[in-house]
Design a protein around this ligand. Structure first.
Ligand SMILES: *Cc1c(COP(=O)(O)O)cnc(C)c1O
Length: 345
């Protein structure tokens, strides 16, 4: 029924907030018994790739856009090469606002760029890096009274708490372990805030341990220093200086959790395992969660029989190139039944 409808009473919306709804949220929580058995835990996957633009970004974007409309913004603007731009472009199209996406020239992931373009956003490639794009977007937003919908927008974080509420409502409690990929660290912070509120409101008796996973080449929260040149195949978490670092550190500390890093190779192996043993195709950043749980298990740090939820933040179809690089190839045959039967082994 959409995030604003399902959780409107718990979100900062007023009689004047326009209703915006692409039926985001209420995503599947799927139990993965085969992989769970290997890990010795009761394993669940929250399929955020089932959101309308294919990532969790829609949960926060719906409120950011509703608030932008309420405030009379004439357009949306964001700097992003990834899922934020896809989500912003989708909601802008849905409500009939222009959307401007600033990209660093030549640093564009093709699948996500295709989304921004097909939704009709004006995609502007600037001669500079992402930080420069963000700075320019901010200045332009101010000059023109456009709404800035990067994760600096506070409404995004607020509405992303709904993911935690959905999990608690599905399980009837919070999980013991919450595994999540960490880039700008907004989502881990939002989930922790959501869990804590549900406990305060008497909806759940206990809180999960927040386990945040970063890619080894972009792990500022693991090394405890900014990473000037972040590098990983998991582009959605290729972030060197997370916006919500302090909130995320607090979430991990308060919950008794941990930050850990995983290598690109471990991420790819986990992506394959999720697909082959779980029937779920998630983009590389999302698979840092399973890679992380496998690593914890190997280190003897995954309690037997615990309930663990992985947030699979984005759909695998967004990055088919990475998947194809390890997925094998079709078998080529001629057109006889004999050849076909030989291939069916
Ligand atoms: C944005 C994003 C992340 C990182 O979330 P943060 O809030 O920046 O930590 C992880 N995975 C996917 C697919 C994303 O789009």
């Amino acid at each position: 029924m959409g995030v604003l409808k399902r959780y409107g009473t718990k979100l900062p919306i007023t009689g004047k907030t326009p209703s915006v709804n692409l039926e985001e949220g209420s995503t599947p929580l799927v139990r993965l018994d085969r992989i769970g058995e290997t890990l010795g835990v009761e394993l669940w996957a929250k399929l955020e790739g089932c959101n309308p633009s294919g990532s969790f970004k829609d949960r926060g974007m719906v409120l950011a856009v509703a608030k932008a409309l309420e405030d009379g913004a004439k357009a949306l603007v964001c700097a992003s090469t990834g899922n934020t731009s896809a989500s912003a472009a989708a909601y802008a199209a849905h409500v009939g606002l222009p959307c401007y996406v600033l990209l660093p020239s030549g640093k564009v992931a093709l699948g996500k760029l295709a989304q921004a373009l097909i939704y009709g956003a004006k995609v502007i490639a600037i001669d500079g890096n992402f930080d420069k794009a963000l700075e320019m977007a901010r200045e332009a937003a101010e000059e023109r009274s456009f709404a800035m919908v990067n994760s600096v927008n506070p409404y995004r974080l607020i509405a992303q708490k709904t993911g935690a509420w959905e999990i608690c409502e599905s399980l009837g409690r919070a999980p013991d372990i919450h595994a999540i990929p960490v880039g700008n660290a907004c989502n881990i912070s939002a989930y922790w805030a959501g869990y804590k509120e549900f406990k305060e409101w008497g909806q759940i008796p206990s809180l999960p341990k927040m386990m945040g996973f970063q890619a080894e080449g972009a792990a500022p929260l693991v090394t405890n220093e900014p990473c000037p040149n972040p590098e990983t195949i998991a582009t959605a978490i290729r972030i060197g200086n997370p916006v919500s670092a302090e909130l995320a550190r607090k979430a991990v500390r308060e919950s008794g959790g941990q930050f850990n890093s995983v290598t690109d190779d471990e991420i790819l192996k986990a992506q394959l395992m999720l697909a082959k043993d779980g029937g779920i195709f998630a983009e590389p950043a999302s698979c840092a969660t399973l890679a992380g749980l496998i690593k914890l298990k190997a280190a003897g740090k995954l309690p037997e029989g615990a309930t663990a939820v992985m947030i699979l933040t984005g759909n695998g179809l967004k990055d088919p190139d990475t998947a194809l690089s390890q997925a094998g190839r079709p078998i080529k045959i001629g057109s006889t039944l004999k050849e076909l039967l030989e291939a069916l082994v």
